[in-house]
Write a protein that binds this ligand. Structure first.
Ligand code: ATP
Ligand code: MG
Ligand code: MG
Ligand code: MG
Length: 507
């Protein structure tokens, strides 16, 4: 009973706020207000970005929060694996603590370790830690300091594992604050000596907590210099933590998700029950569909509560359509299932993220509207789609869900008959027709021509850079925003969401 998700979340806040003197800061909305270069907030640090870059002064030097995150695009895109594993979601909560020029490595590691071992009572024999091993090319030294801190906390050497730039060095972007990180991983099996298996993508040995030490600055010429003040930025996946504390290997077996699985079962009586099986990338697997729909219903509810408009956000729209398609084709429920699930999500999360409760009628309205649009589109696109399939059988591997954007893109390609999809062309498909890289790749295979993924990446980077230069964020607006994120003492988890949203709209 003291391990329900609700209590686990509360304990994290109590520990950092009451025991360690941090200021609680609310989750920012999922729509980023400090960073026009990402479509969704994907980590707890997003709302503090300008503090790290030195563009604004922190109001508090030690803060903690639980941030709503979405990872369906950009550098962190987990969309295509969601449902196939038990620990990556499109929407998840990230628990975090920060030091803005206050404490550094010793305190950060110590607090994290105590949180897990003393407060949550996790056995050390299940934990591994990683640290940065240095990089000759960049002239960065091994982070011996962190290694020694872990040793002094009682972690044995066989559980302290060095990793390079890819795993243990965090960078905000091509230019900007960066630094080594140290991560805590959890072994669900309890077997001995699994150090070699850390960071290998195993479902039973997963990353739990990432602690970043922001101490460097990456310059425009690629060199790295020291920052005048040092910061700590940490993020722990709340759903993974819950799984660990409830002794479940899969997040879907915890009370963050089980109510949704059950809700799908009760609403779709003709369907077999959920068995919790995982297949090899088997997209038709019923259990995978259960997980995907449960995951997506949280994501959709959270986004709609925060005012993300499907019409303006292709990713959200596509996920909504995936839900409708699963409801109809797998769960044999032609109408209303997603809307029903959104009620359960609000019941479960509304006490933490009040905007969900508050905006429930907006959530329902948009789901209803999108369901209608989906049905119309499918009816209209179907005959044309079938014509195309006759023309090219390979197109079968593509999803009819994408038909509305695929059909014009395909026609366009037939006109120009390219010998390959180069970066520029791919960017056009992305920009004009809204195809993502995953779909372009499938399209290229169907047309039997090569696709230059790297070319697309560099075009996207260029485009991002352009946006970055166009947007200047007013610091007065940001200050107002920060005020709104700090709750008054009497409403620790509640806030006036409407007002916050109004404030976010700046030119
Ligand atoms: P992984 O290697 O497992 O994909 P990550 O290194 O991408 O995780 P970070 O960017 O370090 O994750 O984010 C901090 C924490 O957030 C992770 O340690 C993990 O607990 C959690 N997390 C990351 N991605 C997801 C996700 N898609 N769903 C749920 N939790 C996640
Ligand atoms: Mg990841
Ligand atoms: Mg990782
Ligand atoms: Mg990580």
């Amino acid at each position: 009973p003291d391990r329900t998700a609700r209590i686990i979340r509360q304990k994290f806040m109590d520990y950092f706020v009451k025991d360690c003197g941090h200021q609680y800061v609310r989750s920012s909305p999922i729509v980023p207000f400090c960073d026009p270069t990402v479509a969704f907030v994907n980590a707890g640090m997003n709302q503090f970005k300008n503090i790290f870059t030195g563009n604004r002064n922190p109001k508090y030097r030690k803060v903690a929060n639980s941030q709503k995150c979405v990872r369906v695009g950009g550098k962190h895109n987990d969309l295509n694996i969601v449902g196939t594993d038990g620990y990556h979601h499109t929407f998840f909560e990230m628990l975090g603590n920060w030091s803005f020029g206050d404490y550094f490595k010793v305190e950060a590691c110590e607090m994290a370790w105590k949180m897990l071992v003393d407060v949550y009572k996790l056995p050390c024999s299940r934990l591994y830690v990683t640290y940065f091993k240095g990089d000759d090319k960049l002239g960065l030294e091994e982070d011996i300091e962190t290694k020694e801190i872990w040793r002094s906390l009682g972690v044995t050497m066989d559980r302290i594992i060095p990793f390079g730039i890819r795993d243990n060095f965090w960078e905000m972007g091509d230019i900007g604050p960066c630094g080594p990180c140290t991560e805590i991983h959890y072994d669900h099996t309890g077997c001995l000596n699994r150090a070699q298996l850390v960071n290998k993508g195993l479902f039973d040995l997963t990353e739990l907590w990432n602690i970043v030490f922001i101490q460097y600055y990456r310059n425009i010429d690629g060199t790295i210099s020291l920052l005048p003040s040092k910061h700590v930025d940490t993020g722990m996946g709340f759903e993974r933590l819950t799984a660990v504390l409830q002794n479940k290997i899969s997040n879907y077996d915890t009370d963050n998700f089980s109510y949704l699985i059950k809700a799908i079962e009760t609403n779709c009586a003709n369907i077999k029950k959920y068995e919790g099986k995982y297949g090899e990338q088997d997209w038709n697997n019923l259990d995978t569909s259960f997980r995907t729909l449960a995951d997506h219903s949280r994501m959709v509810t959270a986004c709609l509560a925060d005012g993300v408009i499907p019409e303006q956000n292709q990713k959200l729209r596509r996920i909504l359509r995936k839900c409708f398609s699963l409801s109809e084709n797998v769960f044999q429920k032609e109408r209303g299932l997603l809307k029903e699930l959104s009620n359960y999500v609000v019941d479960n999360l509304g006490h933490v993220y009040v905007e969900m409760e508050k905006n429930i009628s907006q959530i329902h309205q948009i789901i209803d509207y999108e369901e209608e649009v989906y049905r119309d589109l499918k009816n209209n696109a179907r005959s044309e789609w079938e014509k195309l399939l006759k023309d090219n059988k390979q197109l079968k591997s593509l999803d009819i869900l994408d038909a509305p954007s695929l059909i014009p893109a395909y026609k366009d390609l037939q006109k120009i008959k390219p010998s390959k999809i180069c970066g520029e062309l791919a960017f056009k498909l992305y920009d004009t027709f809204g195809l993502d890289s995953y779909t372009i790749e499938k399209l290229a295979i169907a047309l039997d021509i090569p696709f230059d993924t790297k070319g697309l990446d560099s075009e996207l980077k260029k485009a991002k850079h352009k946006i970055k230069q166009q947007v200047i964020i007013k610091s007065s607006v940001l200050e107002e925003l920060e005020k709104e994120c700090i709750p008054k003492t009497d409403d620790s988890f509640k806030y006036n969401f409407e007002k916050v949203v109004d404030d976010y709209k700046f030119e």
